[in-house]
Write a protein that binds this ligand. Sequence first.
Ligand SMILES: NC(=O)c1ccc[n+]([C@@H]2O[C@H](COP(=O)([O-])OP(=O)(O)OC[C@H]3O[C@@H](n4cnc5c(N)ncnc54)[C@H](O)[C@@H]3O)[C@@H](O)[C@H]2O)c1
Length: 348
Amino acid sequence: VKGHILKTIEIHGKTGHSAIYVGERLKNLSAYLPETKVVIITDENVAEYYQQDFPKIPVIQIKTGEGIKTLDTASNIYQQLISFEADRTVFLVGIGGGIVCDVTGFVASTYLRGVRFGYVPTTLLAQVDASVGGKTGVNFMGYKNMVGVFNQPEFVICDPNVLHTLPDRELACGFAEIVKHAAIADFDYFVFLEREAQNALALNPEVLERVIYDSVMIKADIVNRDETEKGERRKLNFGHTFGHAVEKTTGLPHGEAVSIGMMVAAELSASKGMLTENDVDRIRSLLSRLNLPIKADTDTGRILDALARDKKREGDGIHFVLLSKIGEAVVEKITIAALDRVLHHISL
Ligand SMILES: NC(=O)c1ccc[n+]([C@@H]2O[C@H](COP(=O)([O-])OP(=O)(O)OC[C@H]3O[C@@H](n4cnc5c(N)ncnc54)[C@H](O)[C@@H]3O)[C@@H](O)[C@H]2O)c1
């Protein structure tokens, strides 16, 4: 029996349909599984904390860290699937953070030309971002997510209870994407986050469920309109264009780099007369209350160099997501020179 579901959100894409159950429990996973053979893919940490709650079915365990998100890991999983005699009726379930979800989706999309799959995301970032939208893939030659496909998981079970074991820094990374969602799409949600920041950090169950629900709704809505990132979905890159360059140059975790990237995008928006200084202050203050950095102690020249090499660069400029106000995003092409001029006014 399926229980504890707070709300269901659906994605209807060309690459499949996905139902996201916010508030469902990992313990109820077996109610969502087909009669056929099911194999779980998880990582070492998640297995250690939660394997006792998994249904009693075969488990493939991978190691942790961005370095294992590779074709070698996928290849190792294919081998284990073959040793389990998994045929085209096999159903794969990824239980873990964004890495486990991305790898599971990729393996499921390619093994025997594609088998069914679902996710139980166990990090805040995976619940509000990585498990939603159907991007799957692995890194290649040091490039992130270089090889992969769009394909929707059949179900996503977001159980807020598993977040209590998550390290603080991982939690903060999830909140960076959450602030992003509010900033690009929903002013009321932004105000809610301002009011409830402390409760959200303390993992208050009601606050957390609303946060996961609102974030998934915003991402699902954008994905439903633009599954393969031809236009609308680019708005989800708010803070990411500059953030990726910060991540590469400083080695900061993704969410922390995105936080700095959002501050740069907010300042850029203000310099174009779109946001007020007060709006920029509100974004800065919310990010720091959620334990996210708002400055990087790095020479901006190095970050700009990394940015100039970024794969998202197109022609003479870079697509940058700016805010026309808190709760509304626009995509504009910015030249490196224009960005450089603005960075001089930004105290990094
Ligand atoms: N597909 C997408 O649309 C999409 C979107 C955003 C990010 N991503 C990808 O997601 C990845 C990052 O995801 P992430 O931040 O979840 O990282 P992650 O998968 O590395 O998980 C972070 C750490 O937390 C541990 N962990 C997971 N759940 C836990 C729990 N409940 N309690 C304690 N520890 C737990 C993991 O073992 C890991 O050490 C990146 O590879 C990124 O490219 C994909």
